[in-house]
Design a protein around this ligand. Structure first.
Ligand code: SAM
Length: 281
């Protein structure tokens, strides 16, 4: 029995029993692996780091999508940066207001492998409302202005191809690509396992956006089992009061969600003191 393990920069991590290694190859950007496990089903890793498992992916995708989508009054035009597994796109398409999604993923191999080994995650990537653009998002975003209602940065960690996605210049370009009332949510790493990455990220976000608020939720297979996302906007305040969230829309989404419900929407912003410290940047 092989044992997959990931150790965080802080010296601890996770281990998963691997039944069968299903895929391994090097793309121009990273090493892509897929293995099957009794505990989590199929598992995708990039450069040996955990990305997606069939069993717990909803913990991540429901949080990066439904918090900003249901806070925005009428989200139509959406940009996903990274997200090659398709889980973020799948959740966005649950929102009836969506007219179009651009998903800008640098690595075609991640998309192809996700279509083959993660059918319940990648099942909406061929939806006619979705454009899958295989390119570096750092270049893609440079000439975009006033286009998107929501930008979701579903990236890898700030290393390799993902490093430039945790950068002040990049965040300023994302800000310019937003329409009035627009919201940006980057994944902002694990408060307990990657606290340095998180602190550096909020230092940049606080420089670029008027409103910045971390929200956190459990994520079983990510370092520390606890993850964070940053609610960022220049016009929209973080949704600390769930009674302001559109009840009908929220309840509609909650029906097909395993985590998301309206009360949970604002509770995830009630973060512990050590997270508040990290988010001061
Ligand atoms: N949810 C996962 C996490 O939080 O670790 C991320 C999932 S998704 C697979 C991350 C994607 O970001 C990868 O497929 C990777 O290829 C893509 N990516 C990394 N750097 C990129 C860049 N500069 N432009 C576009 N996509 C990028």
């Amino acid at each position: 029995m092989e044992l997959y393990h990931e150790i965080t920069p802080e010296g601890f991590g996770i281990a998963i029993e691997e039944d069968k290694h299903l895929f391994s190859d090097k793309s121009p950007y990273q090493t892509v692996d897929v293995f099957h496990s009794r505990a989590f089903g199929n598992v995708l890793t990039l450069d040996g780091l955990m990305m997606v498992t069939e069993r717990d992916e909803f913990f991540y995708h429901e949080l990066i999508v439904h918090i900003p989508m249901l806070t925005h009054k009428n989200p139509e035009n959406i940009l996903v940066i990274g997200g090659g597994d398709g889980g973020t796109v799948r959740e966005i398409l649950k929102h009836k207001s969506v007219k179009h999604i651009d998903m800008v993923e640098i690595d075609k191999m991640v998309v192809d492998v996700s279509k083959k080994f993660f059918p319940t995650v990648s099942n909406e990537l061929d939806n006619p409302k979705v454009s899958v653009l295989i390119q570096d998002a750092i270049e893609f975003i440079k000439n975009k202005e006033n286009i998107y209602d929501i930008v979701l940065i579903d990236s890898t960690d700030p290393i390799g191809p993902g490093e430039g996605l945790f950068n002040e210049g990049f965040y300023n370009n994302v800000k310019r690509a937003l329409k009035k009332g627009g919201i940006v949510v980057p994944q902002t790493e694990g408060p307990f396992g990657q606290s340095d990455n998180m602190k550096k990220t909020y230092k940049l976000l606080n420089k670029v956006f008027k409103y910045v608020a971390p929200y956190c939720s459990p994520m079983p297979t990510y370092p520390g089992g606890y993850w964070s996302w940053g609610f960022c906007s220049n016009d929209v305040e973080p949704p600390l009061d769930y009674t302001k969230i559109d009840e009908k829309r929220a309840d509609e989404i909650s029906k097909t969600s395993k985590i998301y419900n309206r009360e949970y929407h604002s509770s995830v912003f009630r973060v512990p003191n050590f997270v508040k410290e990290l988010a001061k940047g």
